[in-house]
Design a protein around this ligand. Structure first.
Ligand code: NA7
Length: 538
């Protein structure tokens, strides 16, 4: 082995420095592994590094949107219940300072190609920097949203203004003040930009394809005293995450929405609504997700709340139609602060792309079937090739070199427990497909699922195993189990990124494990107790 090989060879290489990657780095390092992390961005934080557009904000209350290590939370103070991207970046800097992470990270380095060296049982990775490194094991932590999606629009090359996707926002910032802004997409990103733009821009035009069932954020400014009080409850909250479906510190009510009279039910809905955040989603009746009649009760409550805020009945019909466009809550609801109020002002226009589709981009804006909408800045808030995009955008060759992950998954994702796929030995992934991921709070997944992976790697070392590979039969079984669970829910009834249905040509399938975090952990534990059944260890 040459000296270069020695320098660039690690026991474990982690790809991606969001919550999952950072967790893997410090846990594996603490266990004495020789580990290195490769990150495409210039800093830690994952989506909190890339998503620096105005208004980018967490959708989970800060109590649980952080690492649960006491030496980290004890000395950190949150300024808002739902922190913005700049505060999240400061948080990652703080974690870095406390744990000395950066010394083991290659920043501005994107893994482009990976192939397995059978003779040495190791991965060879090549990067966009022209560098290469090798590792016995690779843990991919590229997250659910690392491959932005920009739709192909006719005439885009003719646009003379500025155009950016929210997740590729220039790190130096973009001026919103005094400009006319056009925003395509009304997910979390789109409405966050719209809310900020409405304060300073001359005009905001929002292009909506599907009305999004936003929930009230319930933002709060936090003092040092608030933090001190909250810290007394955090150990319990951290513990609770592993017991709740979505990795939150609250869970569904094991009651049917239909067990109650309308008055009783609405009183419960009022309480959940007032609590803010995802309470009206992950703290509600369990059968909202499985029973259309129960679901309709939540939609009607939501619709009436929203319509009461919008003065123009036509706009109310566009934003909160009398008939739901799809069941409530089967697309991830975003949190709004003053989004619906924008439409009572003169400087905001809402364009329904269902009624008037975009025909082409013109030099000064966008032409829909109803005419031209002019603007200087075009924001693509059109989301991501979610969950699988981080993995499939790298050229990862199977051990026998017959395929890539991207090609293998073209006809559907196959994994054992959402952490490995057959044909690709010694390659594990955290917060990826067929795991709780998008149904789970990010840091909770990073820690709970992440710890399963850490234990697995420690087990391999303890047993002297040099190779782990998912068994094809096990991944067929896991896939069937996921599809079976999904069939009993209303999730397949919407074109969401949970279903891979937001990207043209992508296989439509449930991409998440729909049984919830606790059940997932049980499955993993059972697999571990059977000597990691479904994985071939050697
Ligand atoms: P999302 O939630 O995937 O939202 C993307 C939005 O872009 C959504 O409103 C889409 O409409 C819209 N979209 C996508 N493609 C098009 C085209 N071709 N034309 C018009 N509109 C389009 O992404 P975000 O970045 O906002 O949020 C991602 C996650 O981050 C979010 O779930 C939170 O977890 C935080 P659609 O609804 O598909 O009709």
């Amino acid at each position: 082995m040459s000296s270069t090989d020695t320098n660039n060879h690690y026991e474990i290489v982690i790809i991606g420095a969001g919550f999952s990657g950072v967790y893997q780095l410090y846990r594996l390092r603490d266990l004495g592994f020789r580990v290195h992390l490769v990150e495409a961005g210039a800093g830690l934080g994952g989506i909190w590094h890339w998503n620096c557009y105005p208004g980018a904000r967490v959708d989970t209350h800060c109590d649980i949107y952080q690492f649960s290590r006491e030496d980290l939370w004890r000395d950190w103070t949150w300024s808002e219940r739902f922190p913005g991207w700049a505060e999240m970046r400061r948080y990652f800097d703080y974690v870095d300072e406390k744990l000395g992470l950066s010394r083991d990270v290659s920043f501005n380095t994107r893994v482009e190609h990976a192939e397995f060296d059978e003779a040495n049982q190791r991965w060879q990775l090549s990067t966009n920097q022209g560098t290469s490194l090798s590792a016995n094991f690779v843990v991919v932590c590229t997250g659910f949203g690392s491959k932005p999606y920009i739709p192909e629009l006719k005439g885009m090359e003719n646009f003379t203004g500025e155009a950016h996707h929210t997740a590729l926002w220039p790190q130096t910032g973009v001026e919103l003040a005094g400009r006319r802004v056009g925003i395509i997409g009304t997910g979390a990103s789109g409405i966050q930009v719209a809310q900020e733009a409405s304060k300073v821009s001359t005009h905001v035009t929002v292009f909506q394809r599907t009305p999004n069932m936003f929930l009230p954020m319930g933002q709060q400014q936090l003092t040092a005293e608030d933090n001190a009080r909250m810290k007394t409850t955090w150990p319990t909250s951290f513990q609770r995450r592993g017991e709740c479906f979505g990795g939150f510190d609250f869970d569904f009510m094991m009651k049917s929405a239909l067990e109650y009279s309308k008055e009783e039910r609405d009183a419960i809905y009022e309480r959940l609504w007032a609590a803010g955040g995802f309470n009206f989603w992950l703290g509600t009746f369990f059968d909202i997700f499985t029973n259309e009649e129960a679901n309709r009760t939540a939609y009607e409550f939501w619709r009436n709340k929203v319509r009461a805020r919008i003065k123009d009945p036509k706009l109310a019909d566009m934003l909160a139609p009398m008939e739901a466009p799809h069941p409530y809550a089967v697309k991830r609801p975003s949190l709004e602060q003053w989004y619906f109020d924008l439409f009572n002002r003169d400087n905001t226009t809402l364009v329904s792309l269902k009624e008037t589709p975009i025909e082409e981009v013109v030099p000064n804006g966008v032409r829909t079937s109803a005419g031209v909408h002019e603007f200087d800045l075009l924001v693509f808030a059109t989301g991501f090739d979610a969950v699988t995009g981080g993995l499939t955008s790298m050229d990862i060759l199977s051990a026998d070199r017959s395929t890539t992950i991207k090609d293998k998954w073209r006809k559907g994702v196959r994994t054992q427990l959402g952490v490995a796929t057959s044909g690709f030995p010694n390659l594990l992934f955290s917060y990826g497909p067929q795991a709780p991921t998008g149904f789970c709070n990010g840091p909770s997944s990073a820690e709970y699922q992440g710890e399963c992976i850490v234990e697995l790697l420690a087990h391999l070392r303890a047993q002297g195993h040099r190779r782990i590979e998912a068994e094809p039969a096990a991944e067929e079984h896991w896939r069937d189990h996921i599809m079976e669970l999904a069939q009993h829910t209303l999730f397949p009834k919407a074109d969401s990124w949970y279903m891979g249905a937001n990207i043209p040509g992508k296989q439509r399938e449930m991409l998440m494990y729909p049984g919830g975090l606790p059940k997932y952990l049980e499955e993993f534990k059972a697999c571990k107790e059977k000597g990691y059944a479904g994985f071939r260890l050697s």
